[in-house]
Ligand binder design. Structure first.
Ligand code: EPU
Length: 441
């Protein structure tokens, strides 16, 4: 099966991109649908590899799930018959560990493998497991099989405070809280807008979830039943990919629909970099080249900061900046798999060391004292980019490499298209519509 892109770069990209639904909402709403009674209809679900893999996984558990239109999915978990997630599926898709929630809800006990997913650091789930235990769930791990065995002894109750916020952790514990007879409080939560969308979906079906600044309270909820279909929010990560590509290619692209609150920190930094940013309507933005791109340093952080998923795209824009800039990754380790690949195109990028006073607090991953980390790169802009053969190691790096090839002179081959397509719907078609020369080979 073809798993590479052939890309001929060098053209300014122009036109319009209609955003797909957010991957990181689609996956969670599908998993949560297994807690609902009756049919669940989800709209704007992107047909991306992660979603298709998750659908295969839940079907293997007996759930019915079918697309009835291109992006409308109908799910019915009436026949959910297994409380064991198959290793083959479970290790392929990281969010499979979130199945703890619907499986415990249905069976009171389940077996879930240690998660797989993108290779962007160790990505342990220690804080999440601690949270399950704090809410009263018994969890054992068998290192020989790689499986967690979770069991509900008493209905979840009480309070858990994340030592450091976790996005999927917040979502999983919130879904566990739906089983409470009393009250569950989760503190020091992540504030990503994707979590708000999940809350909206659950509350519209009978959940009682209240979100205050850094805290979520779940009171005894009614049985979840959908009253009307739910449309998930647009993918803000996809917007950032196309917006940076538009400006870096000296082009002009309108993108939407998107809510300004989801991308405000990105818009602010684009303006600082001298990019043309115009609000066309409440839900549509135009991004265009309007002269010299200025170097702007960024540091990633959870919402409302500059998102970790955006930094590979930012590095691509900075390849075209007049000067040098720094990208400092705080959320994940190993999120620079694209650096060595970009060098093959002629990019001038180096890892640099930045002294951080208290790395244990500063970084969001579990920082170990004697381990060597590479969390910062320096990009020297305006190096001549030529063609090369590149390899994709993780999703966002994949998008960055494909975009870099679109800026480079000559024909490049990018291997690992299926990794990029875990998170980008119709990538080839969308790029072609903007005038980019790309095909699957
Ligand atoms: N972490 C731990 N222990 C835990 C939980 C998290 O050490 O128990 C660490 C992680 O390894 C990471 C940091 O804490 O270094 C933050 O992790 P978090 O749990 O917040 O991230 P996540 O839930 O694994 C989600 C998205 C990511 C997105 C981040 C940040 C999904 C499926 N994934 O990951 O999306 O970058 O939140 O918003 O929602 C992507 O789409 O490409 C992607 C990686």
């Amino acid at each position: 099966m073809s798993d590479s892109y052939l890309i001929k770069g060098g053209k300014p990209l122009k036109g319009e991109v209609i955003l797909s639904g957010a991957k990181n909402v689609a996956l969670k709403t599908i998993i949560a649908a297994l807690i609902f009674k009756g049919d669940v209809i989800l709209k704007n679900i992107p047909k991306i590899n992660d979603v298709l893999d998750l659908i295969e996984l839940i079907k293997s558990l007996g759930v019915k799930a079918d697309f009835i239109e291109k992006n409308t999915l109908i799910i019915n978990s009436g026949n959910l018959k297994s409380n064991r997630v198959d290793l083959q599926y479970g290790s392929k898709i990281r969010v499979s560990f979130m199945l703890f929630a619907p499986l415990l809800n249905r069976f009171g006990e389940c077996f879930v493998p240690n998660p797989g997913g993108c290779r962007i650091g160790a990505r342990p789930i220690d804080r999440i497991i601690k949270g399950l235990v704090a809410l009263g769930i018994k969890v054992d791990y068998d290192p020989e099989t790689g499986y967690y065995h979770a069991k509900i002894v008493n209905k979840p109750k009480g309070k858990y405070r994340f030592e450091k916020p976790s996005h999927t952790g917040t979502e999983l514990l919130m879904m566990i809280g739906l089983m409470t007879d009393k009250k569950v409080v989760i503190d020091n939560i992540a504030n990503e807008p994707e979590i708000d969308d999940l809350i909206l979906y659950l509350n519209s079906a009978g959940a009682s979830i209240l979100e205050e600044k850094n805290k979520i309270t779940i009171n005894k909820s009614s049985e979840l039943k959908q009253k009307e279909s739910f449309t998930i929010m647009s993918d803000r990560n996809e917007l950032v990919t196309y917006a940076t590509l538009a400006v870096a290619s000296y082009g002009d692209v309108t993108i939407g629909p998107i809510d300004e609150n989801l991308i405000s920190s990105f818009l602010e930094i684009m303006v600082r970099a001298g990019a043309g940013v115009e609000k066309i309507s409440n839900y549509k933005y135009r991004f265009f080249y309007q002269g010299e791109i200025k170097p702007v340093n960024i540091e990633t952080s959870p919402h409302p900061g500059f998102m970790t998923d955006w930094q590979p795209s930012w590095a691509i824009l900075m390849l075209k900046a007049n000067g040098s800039s720094v990208v400092h990754e705080r959320v994940f380790e190993n999120r620079f798999s694209y650096v060595e690949e970009l060098k093959k195109l002629g990019a001038k990028i180096d890892f640099v060391k930045i002294n951080v006073e208290n790395p244990k607090i500063f970084y969001h991953f579990n920082h170990e004292k004697n381990k060597i980390y590479q969390q910062t790169i320096k990009i020297q802009g305006l190096a001549e980019l030529h063609n090369a053969v590149l390899n994709i190691a993780d999703l966002r790096a994949g998008a960055a490499l494909a975009c870099a090839a679109l800026l480079a002179n000559g024909e490049s081959v990018i291997n690992g298209a299926s990794i990029l397509e875990r998170g980008y719907e119709d990538f080839v078609e969308k790029v072609k519509k903007l005038g980019g020369e790309i095909k699957k080979v």
